[in-house]
Design a protein around this ligand. Structure first.
Ligand SMILES: [Cu+2]
Length: 183
């Protein structure tokens, strides 16, 4: 009788624990973007795109893996037409628009920067402002969007049905077991 009761409690606890594991969504990954961006003499940012939520804290480790100097220059105006492929127009744009982030690194040097993503959703342009580099392909994008990176997996109704069925079966089996022991 006591053994059966213990088994029942144990099984019920396991089942309830399983239900709560499925029902509680995984902790959100929003709130903080942490990313390493590598700059290379092939005139590349790797990665050259990333996303953040409006007002989210963004921590970047920027590595200049090349021998040439490079900059990570992020402009702060959403959906701006930054002339990434026109050297002189880009220099003019740079002189007229204070970047949100402007990290200049000699070859082989790395640095970290933390900033707050703009509150306006949209596309923000990243360039290397060293003459010729953006034109040569060294530019990228930061997307500010309130859309989550990945939707938490919805709870499958079939799974809930299976769990309820298991609970009912466990209770029924335990009840039968206890009643049999009693008589
Ligand atoms: Cu560069």
């Amino acid at each position: 009788m006591k053994k059966g009761y213990l088994a029942f409690v144990l099984l019920a606890t396991l089942v309830m624990a399983s239900i709560s594991l499925w029902a509680v969504p995984a902790p959100g990954v929003r709130g903080q973007v942490t990313l390493t961006i590598t700059m290379a003499d092939a005139l590349t940012f790797s990665p050259n795109t990333f996303s953040a939520a409006p007002g989210e804290s963004v921590s970047l480790t920027i590595i200049n893996a090349g021998a040439l100097p490079h900059t990570f220059t992020l402009f702060g105006e959403a959906d701006a037409s930054v002339p990434v492929s026109d050297n002189s127009a880009l220099q003019t744009y740079y002189n007229d628009n204070t970047p949100l982030v402007d990290v200049s690194l000699d070859g082989g040097i790395q640095d970290s920067v933390t900033f707050t993503a703009p509150t306006a959703e949209g596309i923000y342009t990243i360039v290397c402002i060293v003459p010729g580099h953006s034109v040569g392909g060294m530019h990228g994008l930061m997307t500010v969007t309130s859309a989550p990176d990945a939707e938490p997996a919805p709870i499958d109704p079939l799974l809930i049905g299976v769990v309820i069925a298991v609970v009912v079966i466990v209770i029924a089996v335990a009840a039968v077991f206890i009643l049999r022991r009693r008589s």
